[in-house]
Design a binder for this molecule. Sequence first.
Ligand code: TMP
Length: 237
Amino acid sequence: MQKQKLLYKGKAKSVFETEDSDFLVLEFRDDTSAFNGERVEQLARKGQVNNRFNAFIMQKLAEAGVETHFEKQLSDNEVLVKRLDMIPVECVVRNFAAGSLVRRLGLEEGQELSPPTYELFFKDDALGDPMVNESLSITLGWATQEQLAEMQRLTYVVNDVLAKLFDAGDLMLIDFKLEFGVYHGRIVLGDEFSPDGCRIWDKATKKKLDKDRFRQSLGDVIEAYEEVAQRIGVPLD
Ligand code: TMP
């Protein structure tokens, strides 16, 4: 399937229409952004690494019974996906405290969260992706109660599958963010799963191996993504 008109240019991916209205092409670019797009840099190989990482994870999730938009990797930087009607709510699970939760509640970074917590954020760069809840999401018409319940159920299934996968590579899945959409009436996982949208630490040293390396200017960002990929078995070449 060929990519046609550019539909939308996000911070790290561009979205193209195809000749079939049920499918889109996502192009993973090397652009890396933080602080809601305030800081943007090009990191060589990032588009390719994230495309392969995402394809691998989406296939693992499909095997575990989570329906995803992933259809087929088309090239180093491109993937064919189902066209979803996206729900503007980001679903976050946290297994250990980090990021905005630490800032908000003054917790110690790395503190175990048992059972894992689940939070919703409104996807809106101009507002800085503010935290919301189910009640607001229903009242403002972003999703129905049933859709939100299914998103929460699926996010926890993803956490179970991926926490084990990363653990087998001696890695800790600290937290992650998912986005869902509706496809022919069903809730389907969209967007991407890559080290841009999650936190992953080395189990022994607690070294950060995710986008916090970029946010915190720790260096070797893509080398860290590649290390995670290699440890969980993502084919990189
Ligand atoms: P936070 O600690 O900044 O709230 O983020 C929690 C996790 O979700 C972290 O792995 C980063 C990811 N995330 C995104 O990738 N994009 C977002 O817009 C948000 C709110 C979170």
